[in-house]
Design a protein around this ligand. Structure first.
Ligand code: COA
Length: 260
């Protein structure tokens, strides 16, 4: 299959997916989300592949968020559709994937990028990475599961703070929070993840897929939270704050929110 925004490489039992829009810091546009869905679908069917590693190209970014340019003029309905389609096609899809998915966070993981890393089964980061959910600085909220998965991973109070401040945390802090399992030097990131993937490959793939299902089942009572997120995310698109937040980003200036 020909992809324009991602690279897919199979190294025996390991499937390596690299998001490849380095000029846009690997921002997730609709096409990239579709391509990622297709790549994951085909790796799911490939019996040789037992573990997937997801990373970003270049040394600067894993994924710097959803593509702001693409949604800056969306209506409430289009905003809701963006969140619900993305959640179904990619984020929930990865979370419930039958094979282990490791996020190799090689740089900025912001907004949709951190949401993507959080949808993976666990995360390893390089020491230069920075993580955060800056959506409220654009007048919107996380829409790809971030309001649900961040508190699951780091606790409600820390998630509230990180989302409200739109702040970025270092890998050291992310490690302390339990957001990433390991921190390694950038050149060690892929070798480390591959070593870990090989270790996983020694175990029963069937048992692992059952373990993923069982672990995820414990969090399924949050389903209404995801629906609330979609509604609230969509509602942001009808606000003046959102228009100002996204325009300010695209004009490379600080937002001056009107508050409505
Ligand atoms: N959507 C669309 N384009 C993005 C993007 C995003 N989420 N993040 C970065 N880019 C683009 C920039 O517009 C720029 O494009 P240009 O060269 O055509 O102008 C390019 O990627 C490089 O980014 P730049 O901002 O110049 O790099 P930087 O080193 O100065 O800053 C960041 C890096 C990550 C701090 C900054 O890009 C940023 O804040 N990005 C947005 C993060 C965000 O709010 N994500 C949540 C979206 S919901």
């Amino acid at each position: 299959m020909g992809y324009h925004n991602i690279l897919v490489k199979n190294e025996s039992a390991i499937g390596l997916i690299t998001i490849n829009r380095p000029n846009k810091l690997n921002a997730l546009n609709t096409e990239t989300i579709k391509e990622l869905h297709n790549a994951f679908s085909s790796l799911e069917k490939n019996k040789e592949v037992k573990v997937i590693i997801l990373t970003g190209s270049g040394e600067k970014a894993f994924v710097a968020g959803a593509d702001i340019l693409e949604f800056a003029d969306f209506s409430v309905n289009k905003g809701k559709k963006l969140a619900s389609k993305g959640q179904k096609l990619l984020f929930d899809f990865i979370e419930n994937f039958s094979k282990p998915v490791i996020a190799a966070v090689n740089g900025f993981a912001l907004g949709g990028g951190l949401e993507l890393a959080m949808a993976c089964h666990f995360r390893v980061a390089s020491d230069n990475a920075k993580m955060g959910l800056p959506e409220v600085s654009l007048g919107v909220i996380p829409g790809y599961g971030g309001t649900q998965r961040l508190p699951q991973l780091i606790g409600k109070g820390r998630a509230m703070e990180l989302i409200m401040t739109a702040g970025m945390i270092s890998t050291e802090q992310a490690y302390t929070y339990g957001l990433v399992n390991h921190v390694v030097a950038q050149e060690e990131l892929l070798p480390f993840c591959k070593k870990m993937a090989s270790k996983i490959c020694n175990n029963s793939t069937v048992a692992i897929s059952h373990a993923i299902k069982a672990i995820n089942a414990g969090f399924k009572n949050t389903v209404n939270g995801y629906e609330q997120e979609i509604d609230s995310f969509g509602a942001c698109f009808g606000t003046d704050d959102f228009a100002e937040g996204t325009t300010a980003f695209l004009e490379k200036r600080k937002a001056d929110f009107p508050g409505s």
